[in-house]
Write a protein that binds this ligand. Structure first.
Ligand code: SAM
Length: 283
């Protein structure tokens, strides 16, 4: 940092480092000098909201008040998502993963799917819509879909189920008509049956306890979050995800993400529609 930049900076380099280390310990999200602008903008907003005159006052409050911690996490998450994102994985779920899973089950058995992180809900609701539209056996099994995120504001929005045109742009008119209420303003609300088909909870991928609290799943979608982590937090998340799967269960990551460099505990499955990761059946 040059002298002039240091004068203008909200955080000195030691403060930035301490703040980012603190955020990392809570969330696994890895920020640093390269993201100074992003970090400072959010810290300035959080300080202004509280009326803190100095970073030191804000940082002290942060460590003493759980609500400030929640506000901090909510301010630093990047919630970009939309319906039917990377839908080749949903095709893979119906064409390859579910047939393999239910071959070991009987009718009426539970099939548990987890979208973590789910952001504002588009991903778990997409799972619900995709299964209703494309899985002929959807009524033969007891399907449970859970959506979880570290961001409590995103979870509230997911429960409300109100979506912008941008978020639903990939859905056909037929799907919009079948599963959404008539638009009241520029947003559309999912019908109650779909909103009620997904259970939303808070969970932190970086925290073993909050991950274990959700129980075991047959398929986990963990997409577009590991890119914000460093190698150590990816490894911790991989361990928690592995434990969250039933033996033989599947993990789907975002298309730029891979387990190969992170953990060798998963079997890599190259299925016709997608590459996915599997907890071995005997593990
Ligand atoms: C870009 S969104 C991805 C949403 C969805 N999976 C998708 O692919 O469209 C990333 C989400 O990761 C969440 N996130 C960040 N760190 C997390 C953590 N440690 N545990 C759980 N969720 C986290 C953020 O709150 C944000 O909603």
């Amino acid at each position: 940092m040059s002298g002039a930049e240091a004068q203008q900076a909200l955080l000195g380099s030691g403060e930035l480092e301490r703040f980012c280390a603190f955020l990392y310990r809570q969330t696994g999200m890895s920020y640093g000098e390269g993201k100074r602008y992003f970090v400072e903008r959010r810290v300035a907003e959080l300080m202004a909201r509280r009326g803190d005159a100095s970073f030191a006052a804000y940082f002290a409050a942060l460590r003493l008040d759980a609500r400030e911690m929640e506000a901090l996490i909510n301010a630093f998450t990047i919630n970009e998502t939309y319906f039917y994102r990377e839908d080749h994985q949903f095709a893979c779920l119906v064409r390859s993963i579910l047939p393999e899973l239910v071959a070991r089950r009987g009718p009426g058995d539970m099939v548990r799917l987890w979208s973590v992180p789910c952001s504002t809900g588009e991903e778990p609701y997409s799972l619900a819509l995709w299964l209703l539209e494309n899985w002929p056996l959807v009524d033969a099994y007891n399907v449970e879909i859970v959506g979880s995120d570290i961001d409590t504001r995103a979870i509230e929005a997911a429960r409300a189920g109100l979506y912008s045109e941008r978020s639903t742009a990939r859905l056909s008119q037929g799907l919009l008509a079948a599963y959404f209420e008539a638009p009241a303003d520029e947003r559309r609300r999912l019908i109650a049956d779909i909103r009620e088909s997904v259970t939303f909870t808070a969970a932190n991928l970086f925290d073993a306890g909050s991950m274990a609290a959700q129980g075991r799943f047959d398929v986990v979608f963990c997409r577009n979050v590991l890119i914000y982590f460093d190698d150590a937090s990816r490894l911790a998340a991989a361990d928690h995800l592995y434990r969250a799967l039933n033996p033989g269960g599947f993990l789907c990551l975002g298309h730029t993400e891979s387990m190969v460099r992170i953990s060798d505990r998963f079997a890599v499955r190259r299925l016709p529609d997608a590459i996915v990761y599997q907890r071995p059946l005997d593990a």
